[in-house]
Design a protein around this ligand. Structure first.
Ligand SMILES: CC(=O)SCCNC(=O)CCNC(=O)[C@H](O)C(C)(C)COP(=O)(O)OP(=O)(O)OC[C@H]1O[C@@H](n2cnc3c(N)ncnc32)[C@H](O)[C@@H]1OP(=O)(O)O
Length: 468
């Protein structure tokens, strides 16, 4: 990491410790880290010092800075960080005109950046530049001798990639590294900064725990046939749970496609490979820990396509759709939920390794696709979604006033669980809500329904477009 000052009369480098004084008339307002830090992913040393690399947009830089999530004590501060996509080392160039303690101390930039970059942050620029040649084969050395995973499951259940031809993926490789392998821990430690910066709400995995598995998606560089080099496009970290008596379950905990390669089908490809691993190894199911909205979209698009080709799911959808077409639901007092039977849920899990929660998400899209022409049945469809959303929030009992639902992580359901509790001071088991509260609740419900319908339409459009 290099710190240099632009102004010839600038103050000397600040003491790392924050000094606090009182009695300033103009208290330092500070600067938001998001506003003064730029981060680039670079693959060549020539890109360092320029803006030729790929500028990444971190989820939230502010949270790494303790003091009100701001940087204090600098005038004209600019921080540019280059991360090598070859060795995953980083170098920070810090410039500022001057420093002065404006009542909030002077932020220790080095320790804040170390919180993100740890040992990957190199102090000396030349050392960083050297890594582009000395660590040229870093990824290749890790993946070369490892087991390459099949894209297709051994039982023949496969789907096509996300809108791209298979040829576009022919030079891709996915290898699995068990965390018991030292190289896996070493590589993951270098990837931690990217996880912290780009995977919302993530925490680094415990590299000491051998139940973790790291899946690396790489592309072989073809311009140097004598010396095959692998480029890392993305990775996923999965946890393998033991399941009595001799089975296991896989939980996807982190997935990242490096920003320059996003929206090219690689995320879906990795999801496909992981699903095929789950099927080939006949694990109980493959779940996802707290999926981010966009990843959930990518995952559901992939699962819906598989379910469209899975006969037991399709015949269940057909019979639900037939039933649904038989009358105006909005006029009925009791609206059936049109859920799949337990047998189908089980078959989907056993064959495709999709768990019940995810299948129910996909089910709503399958029903939407089955209701042809949808315009004729949209009112009924919205009623079903509305009832389901209501049930999720308030519980199946309509006498739910006074019940609160909160989302909690759970070890039993590896996705999210909900806990419901009844407020203590409620009247006859419920609290009295005034008109405004009821209105707000209705608006919130409507918003959730609208968002869900939008998402359903998006995926339905996407998968039907690919299937014509
Ligand atoms: C459990 C967890 O870890 S949750 C956190 C998930 N990770 C993150 O949020 C980190 C940041 N995000 C990412 O790493 C990635 O965006 C992921 C993993 C979420 C998705 O990976 P991507 O490679 O971007 O997904 P992929 O390219 O397969 O699909 C994304 C879109 O690109 C489209 N696409 C696919 N191939 C192409 C192509 N050749 N040209 C143009 N668009 C394409 C897809 O159709 C899809 O479109 P849609 O959004 O309209 O549905």
């Amino acid at each position: 990491m290099g710190q240099k000052q632009q102004h010839p009369n600038a103050d000397p480098l600040p003491e790392p410790k924050k000094k606090r004084r009182v009695g300033f008339s103009n208290i330092d307002a500070g600067v938001e880290p998001n506003d003064c830090i730029k981060i680039y992913l670079v693959s060549k040393k020539e890109e360092v010092g320029t803006s030729d690399g790929y500028r990444i947009s971190p989820v939230d830089l502010n949270s790494f800075f303790e003091e009100d999530e701001k940087i204090y004590g600098y005038q004209g501060l600019k921080i540019t960080i280059w991360i090598s996509s070859i060795s995953f080392h980083a170098y920070a160039d810090i410039t500022f005109q001057s420093t002065s303690d404006g009542g909030k101390g002077i932020t220790d930039l080095k320790s804040a950046l170390e919180k993100i970059f740890g040992e990957t942050l190199l102090e000396n620029k030349d050392d960083f530049l050297q890594t582009f040649s000395t660590e040229n084969n870093f990824i290749s050395s890790v993946v070369s001798n490892e087991e390459k995973l099949q894209t297709k499951a051994s039982n023949g259940h496969t789907t096509h990639f996300n809108g791209s031809s298979e040829a576009a993926f022919s030079d891709l490789e996915v290898v699995r590294l068990m965390m018991s392998n030292l190289a896996a821990g070493h590589l993951y430690s270098r990837l931690v900064p990217l996880v912290l910066l780009l995977v919302d709400g993530s925490n680094p995995i415990d590299v000491i725990d051998p139940s973790w598995e790291l899946y690396l998606l790489t592309r072989k560089k073809t311009d140097q046939p004598a010396n095959t080099q692998h480029i890392l496009l993305g990775f996923a970290a999965l946890y393998r749970f033991y399941r009595y008596p001799d089975g296991s379950r896989l939980r996807l905990s982190q997935i990242l496609v490096l920003p320059p390669y996003q929206h090219k089908g690689y995320g879906s490809y990795l999801v496909e490979v992981l699903s095929n691993v789950a099927i080939s190894e006949n694990v109980y199911d493959l779940t996802v820990e707290e999926p981010q909205e966009y990843f959930q979209h990518v995952r559901t698009s992939f699962d819906v396509k598989r379910l469209l080709a899975f006969e037991p799911a399709q015949s269940a959808v057909k019979s639900a759709v037939l039933h649904l077409k038989q009358g105006k639901l909005s006029k009925k007092t009791q609206v059936p939920r049109f859920l799949p039977s337990a047998d189908v849920v089980d078959e989907v899990r056993k064959t495709l390794k999709i768990n019940k929660k995810q299948f129910l998400q996909c089910w709503e899209i399958l029903i939407y696709l089955g209701l042809d022409p949808i315009e004729k049945h949209m009112e009924d469809y919205v009623t079903i979604i509305c009832n389901r959303v209501k049930d999720d929030i308030l519980g199946k009992d309509s006498e739910t006033a006074g019940k609160e639902v909160i989302e909690v992580p759970s070890v039993h359901d590896e996705e999210t669980s909900f806990v419901m509790f009844r407020l203590q001071n409620s009247k006859a088991g419920g609290i009295q809500m005034d008109e405004d509260q009821t209105k707000t609740q209705e608006q919130q419900l409507q918003q959730l329904v609208d968002e869900r319908i939008k998402e359903v339409k998006l995926i339905a459009q996407k998968v039907s477009h690919k299937h014509v």
